[in-house]
Design a protein around this ligand. Structure first.
Ligand code: SF4
Length: 286
């Protein structure tokens, strides 16, 4: 099957919208502020955007709250061309664990991730219907770790089911991912070093310093994330990872079980503290 050029499809859609001289509404599912930054810079002059933060995949509630607070801060500071609103979805990590049962051992980019995309996009499609949005899409494709084919396939299927057009996209194209790193540095955004679920944290943690354990950790050769390597753009006192937060509250018995087994396996966490720009490897404390 011929590979689709999602950027070309997006270009055509945007061209048609501009030619019609209109500003349709877009419900933009967002996983975090860094991934949203470029998407908002790119699209906020064309659409009336509502950001939909729906991420029950994030196992740790403090991490979940930290990411949504960064989202709010970014929206307050970023000079979007048109007003952007934020809607926060339900935080229900048990629903994520229910849907990904038996896929715990899958690697990032494996079949668990497809279920995770489906879950978040389905809820976004439902919300798009509720809001009578003209389009819906997600920021997820900006990550080199995310499968744009799956995202666009799922989006198209949900579009047919719910009757709301999916904005076909692959935001990593045209330097989108690189631009998100620049905007993150400019706004001092918290850039987590794992995707979100307990399994991505476990697998990322199993990497040794100096390897990339998620899209948010740029390859610096030192294990320091791009944000850290670029001179602490997040500002003093802001941590780049909450993986070491002693106050982590696991959302379900299942997550606690998984976390315990990670600890039993002597997994090493890579923890970057931007306050002193040092990366430390230390055993997980759960
Ligand atoms: S690695 Fe990321 S995309 Fe995959 S299941 Fe976990 S949170 Fe979802």
């Amino acid at each position: 099957m011929q590979k689709q050029n999602y950027q070309k499809i997006l270009d055509k859609t945007l061209e048609e919208i501009r030619a019609a001289n209109r500003h349709p509404s877009l419900l933009l599912h967002a996983c975090c502020a860094p991934c949203s930054s470029y998407c908002l810079e790119y699209l906020s002059g064309i659409f009336n955007i509502t950001v939909f933060y729906y991420n029950p995949n994030i196992t740790s509630e403090p991490e979940y709250r930290h990411r949504v607070n960064e989202m709010r801060r970014f929206l307050a500071e970023f000079p979007a061309e048109r007003p952007v609103h934020l809607v926060e979805g339900e935080y229900d990590p048990d629903a994520f664990f229910d849907q990904t049962r038996s896929l715990e051992k899958e690697p990032e980019r494996g079949s668990r991730c497809r279920v995770c995309y489906q879950m978040r996009l389905k809820r976004t499609a439902e919300e798009a219907v509720r809001q009578k949005a003209d389009f819906f899409t997600t920021t997820l494709s900006i990550s080199p770790m995310k499968n744009a084919d799956w995202l666009n396939e799922i989006g198209a299927a949900l579009s047919a089911e719910y009757g709301v057009p999916y904005l076909t996209s692959d935001f990593k194209k045209r330097g989108g991912y690189q631009r998100s790193i620049e905007l993150s540095a400019q706004y001092g955004l918290y850039r987590q070093n794992y995707c979100g679920c307990v399994y991505s944290r476990r697998d990322g943690s199993a990497d040794t310093a100096g390897t990339e354990n998620s899209m948010h950790s740029a390859k610096t050769g030192s294990g320091v994330t791009a944000a850290g390597a670029e001179g602490n753009p997040a500002g003093p006192g802001r941590e780049n990872s909450m993986a070491d937060a002693g106050t982590d509250q696991w959302a379900s018995a299942e997550s606690r079980k998984n976390d315990r087994s990670a600890s039993d396996n002597n997994v090493i966490c890579t923890v970057t503290r931007l306050a002193d720009s040092k990366t430390q490897a230390q055993p997980c404390v759960h």
